[in-house]
Design a binder for this molecule. Structure first.
Ligand code: IVH
Length: 693
């Protein structure tokens, strides 16, 4: 064949394969048998091998053509990728509508209601119809360029339907569809199209992938979202190609060319361009319309192939959106209505007891695995014996469990109708399941504890807690390593961590020299941590991060704290009698004193950098905050640090004294409580404003 003929054949093959891919992966209507498809694909590959000059970036062979990378380059979004404000209540939705109406008093407002896909936001750039860049959201201004990984998503076209704009006329063209004489209108392809959407892992694909991982001895993913996130982070597109990822596009970034005037038409347009979009979107005007659509979607979403955690309500008219504007993080023309926690029924097979670092014996429900809120749940906390008795939870019972997003699943109630005849009330065995010590309980307490400080479970728990992110933040000091250290008798208190030699750590199972060195480097770095982290890391009963900081506001160094009397301790704000006793008792124990000396010798920082005296200054002086849910940008400890730096205080639970609740995604009961008690609820952006950022 001549060069021209080869080129023609290549373009015919590529076009045909694209059409079959779209039919199969987007429309779910296969248009060719597998062997026939394979033959076309083989021919394309052979042709490209013989004539490499034919290979184009949008050839179907390029889905897995990307080379592994050592890290992702950064990509600046032409237009920022914003996030959404959330609400869980229809009243707040009404308030949102009112605000929009106030901003746009002249207009009759139309809204769209579409699924909020629980995946990862990405932005795609098509130049003259060809996919050139795909990137993660990152911080909204720039993200990671993961083009190679995104190209592996089979439902994502590498080239928009209708060909490149250079070959298409600027009026609508007529195109023949596959097997009928039906004529379909294909819009002209814009010179530049930035589209936004969400990458997800299908429910079915997730279940299969986890089965495979379990069979291969790998840790299963907790939910489809994590699985999708983990997949997109992989550096080798060939491995990403094996992950069952999908994508739904729902919005625009920068566009050169004409854009339809409404959201509804934008979505139709994207669909015509061959991009996967949500199956159904609703429109409505009144609050009642929106509520009806949101409720319909709540039913329909269970049949979708992807996880959804809410409904996104958007102003339909794009011009009006501009007039409505945006805050620094989220538009004022859209809001996410999040659905409440999901519940499921399952059977309680057994109750096991976990031993925590303080010796607390925590009963855990071992459940018949059940899929709920996107992940398989096989265990749920039962908190303590009293809680079990209160709910009269018995082995063999059918129970209702509840889970919202990433939150730990809990048993809500027993389905009494389904209780087996011979069931017996549960009695907690008053013995440590690990070291067999007799359990003990303080009168005032509801928790039974293992009193043996040398209990291996407690030792492991203390080491893990010490290394944890919120405490000394020692890289690599997780559960697996700590267990190994215990098994091999290398460390039974945190002082011994600082005596470990590289060869000892590297000699542990599944420990490469590099990760062993990382861990030791992490320990070295931890020597300079703030004193409050060390105090918290020691794992003194009732001393959380907040109390540790309160202690540091009163005492300049560890020696002063060690010698403090109970009276001195009780006098501190935020320190009650129980805490004071516990701190005094801990430092009175000669073994703990010896441990402190080991840490001193190892060179740990014992001086506090927190300013003494509690006279807080700053814009948030005297205000108390509760943090709940995942904030879009700040980690919880970062948000707490900002609040404290501005003179505010972070407390654990909502009360009448709370000034603000800062709510992020998947906020749960604390948010509900705040609403009930009329405590103002703010988001991250508002918090940063208040901090003066
Ligand atoms: S629109 C400026 N529509 O939810 C508005 N977002 O919580 C940008 N999401 O960052 C988003 N489904 O990752 C929009 N149908 C949908 C969505 C959706 C899921 C995600 C998106 C966004 C996050 C905000």
């Amino acid at each position: 064949m001549s060069a021209a003929e080869n080129k023609k054949r290549h373009s015919i093959l590529a076009e045909e394969i694209r059409r079959h891919d779209h039919a199969y992966y987007v429309l779910a209507e296969p248009s060719i048998s597998d062997p026939d498809y394979d033959r076309l694909y083989r021919e394309l590959l052979d042709l490209e091998e013989a004539h490499p000059e034919l290979l184009t970036a949008d050839s179907p062979s390029q889905r897995v053509g990307g080379k592994p990378v050592s890290e992702f380059p950064s990509h600046r979004h032409a237009q920022p990728m914003m996030s959404l404000d959330n609400t869980y209540s229809f009243d707040e939705l009404a308030a949102f509508l009112k605000r929009a109406e106030k901003r746009l008093p002249e207009a009759e407002l139309d809204w769209t209601i579409e699924p909020k896909i629980d995946g990862l936001a990405v932005s795609l750039r098509y130049e003259n119809g060809v996919l050139v860049v795909g990137a993660t959201r990152g911080d909204g201004a720039s993200g990671d360029d993961i083009t190679g990984n995104l190209k592996t998503i089979r439902s994502l076209p590498l080239r928009l339907a209708g060909g490149t704009s250079s070959t298409s006329s600027h009026s609508s063209r007529k195109n023949k569809t596959k097997n009928t004489d039906e004529v379909e209108l294909v819009p002209p392809v814009p010179a530049l199209l930035e589209v936004r959407g969400e990458v997800f892992m299908s429910r079915a694909g997730f279940a299969k992938l986890n089965e495979k991982r379990k069979a291969e001895g790998e840790e299963p993913f907790a939910n489809p979202r994590n699985a999708a996130a983990g997949s997109l982070k992989m550096l080798d597109p060939k491995m990403v190609a094996e992950r069952p990822l999908g994508i739904i596009l729902y919005g625009l970034g920068e566009v050169k060319g004409e854009v339809p005037p409404t959201q509804k038409e934008v979505v139709d347009w994207l669909k015509q361009l061959g991009l996967p979009t949500a199956g159904k979107i609703w429109t409505g005007q009144s609050h009642a319309d929106l509520v009806a659509a949101i409720n319909e979607l709540d039913i329909a979403r269970h049949d979708l192939d992807y996880e959804t955690d809410g409904a996104v309500i958007k102003l339909n008219n794009l011009n009006l959106r501009e007039q409505c504007g945006a805050t620094s993080k989220a538009p004022r023309w859209a809001i996410a209505y999040k659905y409440a926690a999901e519940q499921a029924e399952t059977v309680l097979k057994a109750i096991t007891i976990q031993v925590g670092r303080t010796g607390a014996l925590t009963p855990v429900a071992e459940l018949e695995p059940v899929l709920i809120a996107g992940s398989t749940v096989a265990r749920a906390t039962l908190h303590n014996e009293e809680e079990i008795q209160r709910k009269d939870i018995r082995i063999g019972d059918t129970v209702v469990i509840e889970k919202a997003g990433e939150i730990i699943p809990a048993v809500v109630e027993v389905v009494l109708k389904k209780r087996p005849k011979k069931s017996k009330a549960f009695v907690l065995k008053k013995e440590c399941p690990e070291c067999k010590s007799k359990a003990a309980k303080d009168e005032a307490d509801v928790v039974w504890r293992c009193p043996n400080p040398d209990c291996p479970a407690q030792v492991r728990g203390r080491l893990e807690h010490f290394c944890a992110r919120g405490a000394m933040d020692v890289e690599g000091g997780g559960e697996v390593l700590v267990r190994q250290l215990g098994v091999h008798g290398l460390a039974d208190n945190v002082g011994e961590l600082y005596k470990l030699a590289l060869a000892e750590v590297a000699g542990l199972e599944r420990m490469a020299e590099k990760s062993a060195q990382n861990f030791l480097d992490g320990l070295e770095a931890s020597k300079q941590r703030d004193l409050w982290r060390l105090i918290f890391g020691l794992g003194i009963l009732h001393v959380g991060a907040g109390v540790a900081k309160a202690l540091c506001r009163r005492f300049a160094n560890l020696d002063e704290l060690m010698d403090a009397s109970e009276e001195e301790l009780v006098a501190i704000d935020d320190v009650g009698e129980v805490i004071a006793k516990s701190v005094h008792f801990w430092f009175g124990d000669s073994r703990n004193r010896a441990l402190i000396e080991v840490l001193r010798k190892a060179g740990l920082n014992f001086e506090s950098s927190i300013v003494q005296t509690a006279a807080a200054a700053g814009p948030l002086a005297g205000k108390s905050f509760v943090l709940t849910g995942a904030l879009p940008n700040l980690k919880r400890h970062e948000a707490a640090a900002r609040i404290e730096a501005a003179g505010g205080k972070v407390v654990g639970s909502v009360s009448k004294k709370t000034d603000y609740v800062v709510a992020g995604e998947a906020a749960g009961s604390k948010l509900a409580k705040a609403e009930k008690m009329s405590v103002p609820v703010i988001d991250e952006a508002e918090l940063l404003r208040m901090c003066g950022k």
